[in-house]
Design a protein around this ligand. Sequence first.
Ligand SMILES: [Zn+2]
Length: 414
Amino acid sequence: MPADEKLAIDLLKELRDLTANELGAQRVAWTPTWLKAREWFRATLDGLPVEHHLDAAGNSWTTLPGRSPAALILGSHLDSVPNGGWLDGALGVIAAYVVLRRIASEFDGKPPVTIRLVDWADEEGARFGRSLFGSSAFAGTHTIEQDRGRLDANGIRLEDALAKCGISIDSIGNAQRERENAAAYLELHIEQGPVLERLALPLGVVLGTKGVERHAVTFHGQEAHSGSTPMKARHDALAAAAKLALEIRPIALRHSDAVCTMGSLKTYPGIVTAVVGRCETTLDQRDLDAGVLAEMYRSAQEKSHQFATEEGCTVEWSRIWNIAPEPFHPELIALCEEAARETAGTAHRLPSGPLHDAAEVSRSGIPTVMMFVQSLKGISHNKIEDTREEHLQLAVAAFDRLASKTMAWIAAHP
Ligand SMILES: [Zn+2]
């Protein structure tokens, strides 16, 4: 008996009705609406032979003990951004729930391996700017000292918001205990991009999450009067920046899935009658291959120096943030592809540009893979976020198959 795809969609709609207003989903972590969503989820467990608890970082764990303690973990996040969509995160949790129900009934409450469902706490970081909060505590990559004093828009400290939900920030590292016996992690998520829709494919097999190099790039020239300064005598910082803004496109296009974005640009003095003396830009570069990422970073640096020289300027780089690519487990990628093919007839392999909790789980050494389902128009973090219902049903069915294949894989790799 397969997982109940209809039930999954009904529950997603029920959750939407419970936690959205006319602007979209409002399940921001550490808020009453988020707690309400979690309470609702907790109630759906009634009658199932499972144990439920929150760990030290507020992650919600539901365990169906099996004959072996080796655990297959299925999960995602119930929290949303403000004015968010109905599927981001929720789909993965609800799909995991119907799969867990199917496994409990198929094996009379005692499957060959232990099945655990996790709803990660604060994936989005929408209120305090700290994404992947719960999964990083689980993985041991949390950053308590930097996060302790984070403030929300109303000046409330993260530490205090956590305390209100019964979490002590100093103890969140204890969530690492949940890694015991973890044998594999699977996550179903909407793509949040346009790739699958453009290929007219419902399902994607995620190869991993892209690494990110994020830098502030500032060009220094010379402020000068726009009327009196001849063209050849200028040190125009904007001209140098503009050349780089165009050059990052060929730098990215040399690689099939790489992306480079200059997302912000400020000019000084920023008035109509002055040549730009200083131009501050930001550059965000991403790829799944660490070598490609390093090469793109090097190329952008070289070109920025070349353009600065051409325009009589100098350039200065400073790193804002970076994270290494996290490739998923090759054998689980193969199982995910099989499951997608058997369910939908086709599957497409792609990397994930956005980060996900799965990246933290994988970084902690637990074999991990994600499955994507098509997003309409590639839109997410918005109330118009949507996926065709027949695709949601295919996704739940394929994820269910993947869970069975992974249980067998765990049993064969004691
Ligand atoms: Zn998400």
